[in-house]
Design a protein around this ligand. Sequence first.
Ligand code: HAM
Length: 435
Amino acid sequence: MAQRVQGTEDLYGGYMRAWQRMQDVAREVFGVYGFNMIETPAIEQVATFVHGIGESTDVVRKEMFRVFSGALVESLLAKGSEQGLKAKQRLALRPEGTAGVVRAAVQNNLVPQGSAPAKLWYAGPMFRGERPQKGRLRQFHQVGVEWLGASDPASDAECIVMLMQFFERLGFAADSLRLVINSMGDGACRPAYREQVRSFILDHASQMCDDCLERAELNPLRAFDCKNPHCREVMRDAPLAPDHLCDECASHYAQVKRYLDEAGVRYEEDPTLVRGLDYYTRTVFEVEVEGAGVGAIGGGGRYDGLMELEGGKPTPGLGFAVGFERIVLALQAQGVDLGAAEERCVYVACTPDVRASVFGTVLALRNAGVRTECDCQGRSLKSQFKQADKVGACLCVVLGTDEVAAGKAALRDMRSHEQEQVDLADLPSVVAQRM
Ligand code: HAM
């Protein structure tokens, strides 16, 4: 039997309904805040991710799935090297949505100077070559938001408030959500802070793992996220970002917190929260669910330099993304089934002698907008009733010899088992009303 790729999932039935429900809630909640949907390609030039996410991040260095056509693979094998490939031949599956959306905003001039910000949201699959485990997949699904052209600290707070409303609308108990925030500074204050963390790691080199020693050179702030308990212990005494902010960043952070307080949003400050993508400036945030054991269900932050990194004019921006699969797991742990609500439908059953009448009846019901099922395998009446139960029909139309001769149908309520006779001509409107 052919096998699914490890770390990927098939979405169907209740799981698919959950994915659709999540997008419906996103459309409703984000729409109220003025966001419109965007869809960008799942493959982009590697450069788009390298510029935006950062060359030294794990996502770009280790986790990006590269894409080559068969012909290109042949020529690469013959040459034995990737050197000489043009930028447009270096492609990758998107590991996240932000870089592609910002690339699209630059290429399509979605934020012309002096115009209103672009407020965009998206939903789709993302790809990371990680080791699969619970809540960690190689193809997973994100719903995300990118707000380009907004610099006010109120927009950081608004984005976070919107995210928390989205989670509550999905069914999370409000007090189960843990929102952590931090400020990582900007181009003015971060380089000096980064250097301090680098020196700190090198001063404690004998106590740190090899990965952290490599991080000291490539991306020292990532040492705060090291899984090694010794490194974590050492990094407790490392210099912290909020203590090294320039005046502008400190004021921005203070205002974000004030707006969050005003909105009544509970948050914890975590001065070690650094996030795994390099484009962030100033505010960063993540949301976890107490006791769910799936890691962060969402995260984001401000990225005021990203538009420029992708070749656009300097434009502030911010956003977040949430992970569908982790949200489903975390909701399940709270007893919430996001995909529970099946579409209501009606089943048309018949005795074998009037099978030909089913076709027109089903057509009339569907023309009236009613989701309608019927037998297409020559089942007995008894097993058609079983089938009606199986597909979750709330009503069953029964056509028998006498009914059809009299121009009528029996309409059975599948829960109360009450039955009534309805004129075939009135059936679509009666059924539509009952649904
Ligand atoms: P991220 O934190 O890398 O941020 O991913 C956002 C969410 O996607 C995570 O909180 C998690 O729920 C989910 N996720 C990430 N990796 C996996 C995986 N391998 N398997 C399952 N779920 C996963 C971003 O992607 C940024 N683009 C967010 C953003 C938007 N920042 C600004 N705008």
